[in-house]
Design a protein around this ligand. Structure first.
Ligand code: 5GP
Ligand code: MN
Length: 336
């Protein structure tokens, strides 16, 4: 649903625009940001993307990524841009806290906040919001936003199409999640028509592992995976030492949780990683098992029904035990 379209006329004159997205951007966050960036620039706006952190190497090929500003390495410039923006786009998040260290700057900024997102339970902070929790990806919403402002697909350059394709591809697990509707495939067809080279994008994202990353995967499968058959649940717990052993960097753990879900009969998969200060948790599920409810209630997080995340400041073993202690409450739904 688009609310606040009364403000759309602002785009008819060149504006100072800053695009923001959530901390540790994934393919959809970066793809949406860069897709919108190219479109707004072509319309004559002054546009910058400001991120709270670096992005993973498997996204380090997207058109325009070298122009992205990483806040920790350009604090003054980022602060100036956010404070002086006419419009701040808030992409792929609907709670400002998800921008981590950018949160106070975004809250304090006087520019209009325009949110485009597909996560549940949006906060009420935006002047304009284009929000649909049924959308497969924010990149899908960017596509329809651009088409509705333009009146048609006009101006969908190969760069924009490439970024949006990558966003939808990564957020749908390569078009296999339940969110992948016929409408999603129609948008994908249109993006290919507009110049997205689907085979190249798959190659860049999925065939770009380092040797270390692949060995880390093998190590985790052998040493960090526990299957709990009575609850159709599988859990990875990865310690700080495991991460150090393989020199694991941002993005190297992306997709790991899906291996736990790929065990036959498993309906709930969890990944616990001992990051620098917090334990980061990723949950994935099949059917109506509510990952988002579990993350929100017990792990200070949220997300979608079948894919959510959260964190905890407890010890790794305590967090894993807490998760296991929750399973009996979901036994019926896990074993039906
Ligand atoms: P991932 O497990 O890949 O980090 O995240 C899966 C989904 O859960 C994503 O849609 C992401 O936006 C959401 N998510 C991940 N971590 C958090 C968190 O700490 N808080 C909230 N509210 N959502 C999260
Ligand atoms: Mn997304």
């Amino acid at each position: 649903m688009l609310t606040g379209q009364i403000h759309l006329h602002l785009l008819s004159e060149p504006k100072n625009i800053v695009i923001t997205t959530h901390h540790k951007p994934d393919g959809d966050a970066l793809g949406s940001s860069l897709g919108l960036y190219h479109w707004l620039k072509a319309k004559g706006h002054h546009v910058e993307i400001v991120l709270s952190s670096d992005f993973p190497t498997f996204l380090d090929w997207m058109p325009g990524r070298e122009e992205v500003i990483i806040y920790p390495t350009a604090k003054e410039q980022s602060e100036h841009l956010l404070a002086n923006a006419d419009i701040i786009f808030c992409l792929d998040y609907s709670a400002i806290s998800r921008t981590n260290i950018l949160e106070p700057l975004i809250r304090a900024a006087s520019g209009q906040k325009w949110m485009i997102d597909h996560h549940l339970d949006p906060e009420d902070f935006a002047s304009l919001s284009y929000w649909d929790s049924n959308a497969a990806a924010t990149a899908q919403l960017i596509y329809t936003f651009i088409c509705s402002v333009n009146g048609d697909r006009e101006g969908m350059s190969p760069e924009i199409a490439t970024c949006l394709y990558a966003g939808i591809m990564t957020d749908t697990g390569s078009f296999r999640f339940r969110s992948t509707t016929a409408a999603v495939h129609q948008i994908i067809a249109s993006l290919i028509d507009a110049g997205a080279k689907n085979w190249e994008i798959h190659e860049q994202v999925y065939n770009s592992s380092t040797e270390n990353r692949l060995k880390f995967l093998g190590y985790c499968l052998l040493n960090c995976l526990e299957v709990i058959p009575e609850y159709n649940t599988a859990v990875f717990s990865v310690s700080k030492e495991d991460l150090q052993k393989f020199d694991v960097t941002t993005g190297d753990t992306e997709g790991l949780v899906n291996y736990a879900l790929s065990v036959k009969g498993i309906r709930l998969a969890a990944l616990f990683i001992d990051r620098t200060e917090l334990i980061k948790l990723s949950l994935r599920s099949i059917g109506d098992i509510p990952c988002n409810e579990i993350c929100k209630k017990y792990f200070n997080g949220g997300g979608h029904l079948n894919a959510s995340g959260g964190s905890s400041s407890d010890e790794l073993s305590q967090v894993v035990n807490k998760f296991k202690s929750i399973l009996p409450a979901y036994k019926e739904i896990l074993t039906k």
